[in-house]
Design a protein around this ligand. Structure first.
Ligand SMILES: O=C(O)CCC(=O)C(=O)O
Length: 189
């Protein structure tokens, strides 16, 4: 019997450059307030050229319109996001105003996000996790295979995608079995 050997290129690797992570980015009380506020948000199914994803989103500052392939205006960032935005800006080392865009995503049980790189109209990407833990999976093409990495995301943790992690790597989140939210702050290019 032959044993299946994993391809060299599929073996897990160290985290990509430009990816940073920290826990306890907001207090438990702040996390509770955020999740409470999410209950009143006008979430809509993520729409990719008419195909509805099973995660639901609401965007502020700007939103990417996939049917028109461009950024469109969105409601200004609501006040209740400001403490999280300040935490995200502090973590990313940018002024708060630089994070012009925010997107709240609701992942119900069974919802995830497939492999992608964020739109090039955006620059830095800062993600705050709330609710259930998840794993941020990353992959980068190398020859005919992929180099892969994985970063467990604790509730109330934050990550930054910048540099190679932002430009060269794709990321995804596998569907989980409990409710998770993320707030993704982005600067514009
Ligand atoms: O939920 C997350 O942390 C990832 C969000 C994401 O990759 C995206 O919205 O492009």
């Amino acid at each position: 019997m032959t044993r299946q050997q994993p391809s060299l290129f599929d073996l897990p690797t160290a985290l990509p450059g430009g990816l940073r992570y920290a826990e306890e980015a907001v207090t438990a009380e702040e996390a509770r307030r955020l999740v409470e506020a999410f209950a009143g948000l006008p979430f809509e199914a993520f729409d990719f050229h008419g195909f509805k994803g099973n995660r639901r989103i609401v965007s502020y500052g700007s939103r990417y319109d996939f049917s028109a392939s461009r950024l469109a205006e969105a409601e200004p960032l609501p006040g209740f996001l400001e403490p999280a935005r300040r935490a995200a800006a502090g973590f990313a080392g940018v002024d708060v105003e630089v994070l012009e865009h925010a997107m709240v995503t609701e992942y119900a049980p069974g919802a995830g996000i497939g492999w992608h790189r964020d739109r090039p109209e955006f620059d830095k990407v800062v993600g705050l996790s709330l609710g259930a833990p998840a794993t941020l999976r990353l992959r980068r093409r190398e020859g005919s295979g992929w180099i892969r990495a994985a970063l467990p995301l604790e509730p109330r943790s934050i990550y930054l995608l910048d540099g190679p992690a932002r430009q060269d790597w794709q990321h995804s989140i596998a569907p989980g079995d409990s409710l998770r939210y993320s707030i993704t702050f982005r600067s514009l290019r």
